[in-house]
Design a protein around this ligand. Structure first.
Ligand code: HEM
Length: 262
């Protein structure tokens, strides 16, 4: 009885292997993927190195590195927020005109006319608030884990740039609704810039494209918020993640008693 079962199992396995060999050995598959099934260490390495999307990931990950309490997933969650912001931001751009007579009206239309407009706007707004908090907490986590020390100093510097970019994105987005809150927040920010010694006036002029918060300031903030800053942030995030991998994965504290580094 058990012999018959074994023979059936072996035949089943052979059949599956034959099917896999056919699927992975044919010319179409081979023209797309240059390696076999990722069932050996060599094939796993080839699968990761030759795939553009997997390339950022290491071939092997230590179990401790993916434990929730190791990172609280703060870096990854910041990335999720940035993706949500990019998608909702593009959708908002379909409705919004960066001009003084239209900007506020467009926000009201989004709220009362566009279907799911309030949801879209709130999703963008809340993700922005959450992202600032997450990036800050991620920075705090990295600091207390001592992960800024060599060989990760360069990634810490990239991180500081990311933090500044995140705050700038948040600030430039503030003006776009063109309501009282936006107008006065940017007035306060521009006046703070004016307090910089020697070049304060020039910085304020550069920020606003003039001497007061008006049409020129709105278009400057719009271009920075929707094009320049997101593009720079995307490039720096790519560099940041590449560095995490090049620095040998996440920083892990040594285990007590010299146990295996799993
Ligand atoms: C847009 C903002 C950011 C994104 C999307 C991001 C993303 C990530 C991700 C996914 C990781 C790996 C997993 C983790 O540690 O949670 C990481 C690690 C790291 N991040 Fe960030 N990060 C951002 C901002 C920052 C900031 C503001 C700093 C510090 C100033 C920073 C410094 C680091 C360092 C040093 C590591 C390596 C940590 C280790 O080896 O344990 N990052 N980041």
């Amino acid at each position: 009885m058990s012999e018959t079962k074994d023979t059936t199992l072996t035949a089943e396995r052979e059949k599956r292997r034959g099917l896999m060999a056919f699927l992975h050995g044919n010319r179409v598959f081979r023209s797309l993927f240059r390696h076999g099934l990722p069932d050996t260490n060599r094939n796993r390495a080839l699968a990761t190195f030759s795939n553009f999307f997997l390339h950022v990931q290491p071939v092997k990950v230590r179990l401790r590195a993916i434990k929730f309490t190791q990172t609280f997933y703060l870096g990854g969650l910041s990335l999720v927020c940035f993706s949500v912001l990019t998608i909702t931001g593009i959708l908002l751009m379909f409705y919004y005109h960066p001009s003084v007579p239209r900007a506020y009206e467009d926000m009201k239309d989004l709220q009362f006319v566009v279907s799911s407009g309030t949801f879209l706007r709130n999703l963008h707004r809340w993700s922005a608030h959450v992202m600032v908090a997450l990036v800050f907490l991620h920075m705090v986590r990295v600091f207390f884990a001592g992960a800024y020390k060599p060989p990760r100093e360069f990634n810490w510097v990239l991180g500081v740039i990311l933090f500044v970019l995140t705050v700038l994105l948040s600030y430039t987005g503030y003006l776009l609704p063109w309501d009282q809150l936006a107008y006065w927040a940017v007035t306060v920010g521009a006046n703070m810039a004016k307090a910089v010694p020697v070049m304060g006036e020039d910085i304020r002029f550069l920020m606003l494209g003039g001497t007061e918060v008006g049409e020129n300031a709105l278009i400057r903030f719009y271009v920075l918020h929707c094009v320049v800053l997101p593009l720079v942030l995307t490039v720096v995030i790519a560099l940041h993640l590449w560095r995490v991998r090049k620095d040998g994965g996440l920083h892990l504290p040594p285990l007590k008693g010299g146990e295996g580094n799993q």
